[in-house]
Write a protein that binds this ligand. Structure first.
Ligand SMILES: [Zn+2]
Length: 511
């Protein structure tokens, strides 16, 4: 195969979506004036960083590579995966190639690009990557160089995507790109180096709290721009491009074959020998299916009014979160049991519980993307009165733990429920019911009759104190694990739930 380019540089601008087009980018305008562009490149859904960068670098959809923000922070990508990164493919074919990755978000270096390939990995805030990267260029005739810039996404989360702050940071990133390309130009490499700028995802306009997010499938979240020039790239407008087509584009530029396991293609029109889009190959199939509850049949709140729901979180939009809700870190709206759910890889939520007196219950759908010890799923406690609380955590390999501490008890009490054999990536329905009169707590998984246990104390909270519901975070037992999963339809009730109520909930959701 013909090698069009000697080198490829891929600039990844996190959270820039298609917003490059709305702000001055004089350096990119100059670099790509005779290049190729795709302004409606579809990224992965959920539109979350690890899913999208994973697909861009591994040439497959996110269900195949299985990368999430949580996973990429926890473990290196397996070196024997059938879905290798573009770095691994180059290394296997070109043992002497010099490869480098300069990342602001170190999850790419740690969890997306495999270890042991001799890739030079550097991690710093994006503006602090420039000098070391320029030194690297001055001393190495590299084959592939990847950059991850994160500050655009930070501005998007803090102010909303498409806001002046977000756009100004894209222009700032354009300066970074200009400086790096200048160093390549000084080496006399501009002609035979393919330069790419691309985003992993976009994001939403400011919500009621003035913050932006991503994870969902709105136009502003799921479309990104892809720009390429140099190294044989033609002056062209590309069509029907997916983010995962970036990896084949890089290999094709270097004259390397595309792995048959990938389900991506070289964008038609990018190179002279590939003028049209060919059908995207199926790649190595994925064998997995997830049971899905039936679609919504009538409004939850109205259907279950007799159970006295006091707080209902269907997670359909950030704007719909109840007043007094506090967000920490980054939260994402992703596919839920119905409509959207909320993913907690990088953040948590707390909401006021309206008048949870002596009796109350809590239900919610949970999808665990991994099972580790002490992952806080949901809990209730009074921030002013840390003496009593209730928490559900996922723990060890095979069970969930509910931990309760009542006002007059010295010690905590645990209840355990076994997890089903297939637990990763499967929706499960959790229910907890606290009955102050009989002094029992009930715990149920997947609509099974409640497992009930006598508690040493009579009441959980002092009356008159307003507890808060905590999701994805455990403030009582100290900061620890993240909860790498999705919650949907979380509901807090003012009464005790019976086994009959569980059957009604099951009929509503499942049958
Ligand atoms: Zn991102």
């Amino acid at each position: 195969m013909k090698a069009w380019a000697k080198r490829v540089v891929l600039f990844g601008v996190d959270g820039a979506g298609t917003f490059f087009e709305q702000t001055p980018t004089p350096n990119m305008d100059r670099i790509f004036q005779n290049g190729a562009v795709s302004r409606r490149t579809l990224t992965e859904i959920p539109t979350i960083s690890a899913e999208c960068w994973g697909s861009m670098l591994h040439g497959v959809d996110c269900r195949r590579h299985g990368l999430t923000n949580w996973v990429t922070g926890k473990k290196p990508y397996p070196v024997d995966s059938p879905y290798p990164s573009v770095f691994r493919v180059i290394r296997e074919r070109c043992p002497d190639a010099e490869l480098a990755s300069f990342c602001d978000w170190n999850n790419v270096n740690f969890g997306i690009i495999e270890d042991g390939l001799g890739v030079y990995k550097y991690h710093a805030k994006d503006y602090d990557l420039l000098q070391p990267a320029i030194e690297y260029i001055n001393n190495h005739d590299f084959t592939l160089m990847y950059f991850h810039f994160d500050s655009v996404d930070h501005e998007g989360h803090a102010h909303g995507y498409g806001t002046p702050e977000h756009l100004a940071m894209i222009s700032k990133n354009d300066e970074y790109i200009g400086k790096i390309v200048e160093a390549i130009e000084k080496r006399g490499w501009l002609e035979d180096t393919m330069i790419i700028v691309e985003a992993d995802h976009g994001g939403t306009p400011p919500d009621a709290n003035g913050r932006g997010s991503h994870g969902g499938d709105s136009e502003a979240e799921k479309y990104v721009c892809f720009y390429a020039a140099g190294g044989g790239v033609q002056h062209a407008e590309l069509h029907d491009m997916l983010v995962r087509d970036t990896a084949p584009a890089i290999l094709h530029a270097l004259g390397l074959e595309i792995p048959h396991t990938w389900n991506s293609r070289v964008p038609g029109g990018l190179f002279a020998d590939m003028p049209e889009n060919l059908p995207r190959p199926e790649g190595l199939p994925l064998e997995r299916k997830e049971p899905q509850p039936k679609p919504e049949t009538g409004r939850f709140w109205e259907r279950f009014s007799t159970l006295k729901p006091a707080l209902y979180l269907p997670f359909e939009s950030f704007n719909a979160l109840p007043e007094g809700t506090e967000q920490q870190g980054k939260l994402y709206l992703v596919d839920g049991v119905r409509g959207h759910g909320m993913r907690f890889d990088d953040g948590s939520l707390s909401a006021p519980c309206p008048a949870a007196d002596e009796c109350f219950s809590l239900t919610g759908w949970v999808k665990l993307n991994a099972v580790e010890s002490r992952m806080p799923i949901m809990g209730v406690h009074c921030p002013e009165n840390p003496a009593s609380w209730l928490y559900v955590v996922a723990t060890e390999e095979d069970h969930l733990v509910l931990t309760v501490r009542t006002l007059d008890a010295e010690k905590t009490r645990n209840m355990e429920i076994g997890l089903p054999p297939q637990r990763d990536g499967v929706w499960m329905f959790l229910a907890v019911s606290f009955d102050a009169e009989s002094g029992t707590t009930g715990f149920s998984l997947n609509f099974e009759p409640f497992l009930r246990q006598q508690l040493p104390g009579k009441q959980l909270f002092l009356s008159g104190q307003y507890p808060r519901l905590f999701l994805g975070r455990d403030d009582v037992q100290g900061p620890g694990q993240q909860f790498p999963g999705v919650l949907d339809d979380v509901c807090l009730y003012r009464g005790v739930l019976s086994d009959e109520d569980m059957a009604r909930l099951k009929a509503y959701y499942m049958d």
